[in-house]
Design a protein around this ligand. Structure first.
Ligand code: SF4
Length: 418
């Protein structure tokens, strides 16, 4: 059982909302479109978060709710139908349309499930319309992916076939490598969810064992379980140790000989350990404080402590699913404070009091902390970077080593000027 000390905190929060996940989901499924039903603020957030889309026809947009809609003077349903019909006439390649709820659509109680149902009837299967909430009132940024995937589960076909399902978005190249590794040790039938085309959904059923690649898919895991699948409990594939245990959990569940797995992974582990060395030197003994934002905090803390020697001052997480996180909690050192939820003022007070060498936090908190001389790492960067798997352990460590290195260089420059 874990020796971590579990605490809860509530109060003012400083996190991105679930709309942010559209930035990586639209890249994953190029035949899908994400229509945010929100305000100009939502449109600005999503456009600046995905600035690169200037170069391409975007696969997301915002149906702006104007003041008249918010005051209940206009029929928002009619407006939304008009926007959707225009969009689909202009973009016939769209196969799945996600209507994404926001704070404003939630405030005016716009029932997007009903809108989706009506549109599905009208479109007669030409486009599938799904809905989920990305509202900042009820979600942090990675929960957007959880909502989108959960909405897709009822559309997955059924199967009784024995198979492994990797659930959670990964960079395509990382996913290919992981699937190849499973194939190499004898696990032939491995599929992934979300798929690379929104209509190419994997089948699911009692023969399916689900291995989560991301720790923020509580609702999706529940929906997959309701379809008869078994959810495997494992540490997440971050770092050498986590990735190895993650893979072993799946291979054991399929009765694959452990010596085959061992001999396949051994050379990868040796190479990754060597690549990790220089970063370990820089990180070892440094004090780390993780503020809650991405739900990746526990696996990151485990990796940075056990494989890089960092000292954990506090591990914040927006939500703690104890069952899903049990394997991670067990690997944390005794008495590590794990704080679920957020009271941003109190957390910042503790940061100042404990003076960590590095704080992992949201972009909104990073600049003020940097101005106080505290090195930071944006948690959002970790969701956009290919950090999963044994091969990526050194790259993952480098992401934390870089800000410390920059901090040292700046200090040296300042000292030289004095
Ligand atoms: S959903 Fe809410 S928190 Fe997110 S951008 Fe829109 S108004 Fe802001």
């Amino acid at each position: 059982m874990s020796g971590a000390t579990l605490l809860k905190e509530s109060g003012p929060r400083e996190v991105f909302c679930g709309l942010t996940s559209i930035v990586w989901l639209h890249r994953r499924m190029p035949d899908a479109f994400f229509l945010v039903v929100g305000s100009r603020t939502c449109a600005h957030l999503i456009q600046s978060a995905a600035g690169v889309m200037i170069f391409a026809e975007p696969r997301f947009g915002t149906a702006i709710l104007e003041e008249r809609d918010l005051a209940g003077l206009a029929d928002a349903h009619e407006e939304l139908d008009r926007v959707v019909n225009n969009l689909l006439a202009r973009r016939p390649e769209i196969r799945t349309l996600f209507l994404v709820g926001s704070c404003p659509s939630e405030v005016i109680k716009l029932d997007l499930a009903r809108v989706a149902e009506r549109l599905n009837t009208a479109l007669e299967g030409r486009v599938r319309v799904l809905n989920y909430s990305g509202s900042g009132i009820e979600t942090t940024f990675t929960q957007g992916e959880d909502g989108a995937l959960k909405a897709m589960v009822p559309l997955m076909p059924s199967t009784n076939e024995q198979q492994l399902l990797l659930a959670g978005t990964l960079a395509n190249s990382v996913e290919d490598r992981l699937i190849k590794l499973f194939n190499k040790v004898g696990l032939e039938k491995v599929c992934s969810f979300p798929p690379r085309q929104s209509t190419d959904l994997p089948a699911i059923g009692p023969g399916t064992k689900v291995l989560l690649t991301q720790p923020f898919l509580t609702e999706t895991a529940r929906a997959l379980k309701d379809r008869g699948a078994e959810i495997l409990q494992a540490p997440f594939p971050l770092g050498i140790e986590g990735s190895q245990l993650w893979m072993k959990t799946a291979t054991q569940a399929f009765g694959i000989n452990s010596s085959t797995v061992h001999s396949t992974l051994e050379p990868l582990i040796a190479r990754a350990q060597k690549a990790l060395e220089p970063f370990k030197e820089n990180l070892c003994g440094k004090k780390l404080f993780l503020l809650p934002e991405s739900q990746l905090e526990l696996p990151l803390a485990r990796f940075l402590h056990r494989e890089c020697g960092m000292e954990l001052l506090e591990v914040g997480t927006p939500y703690l699913n104890r069952e899903m996180m049990s394997a991670e909690l067990e690997l944390l050192p005794t008495n590590t404070p794990v704080v679920e939820g957020q009271h941003v003022e109190k957390q910042l007070d503790r940061v100042r009091e404990l003076s960590p060498d590095l704080v992992v936090c949201g972009m909104g908190l990073a600049n003020p902390l940097e101005a106080e001389g505290i090195s930071t790492k944006w948690s959002i960067e970790l969701v956009f970077s290919p950090i999963h798997g044994i091969d990526q352990a050194a790259d993952l460590a480098e992401l934390f080593s870089r800000p410390l290195h920059r901090h040292d260089l700046l200090n040296r420059k300042l000292l030289a000027k004095v």
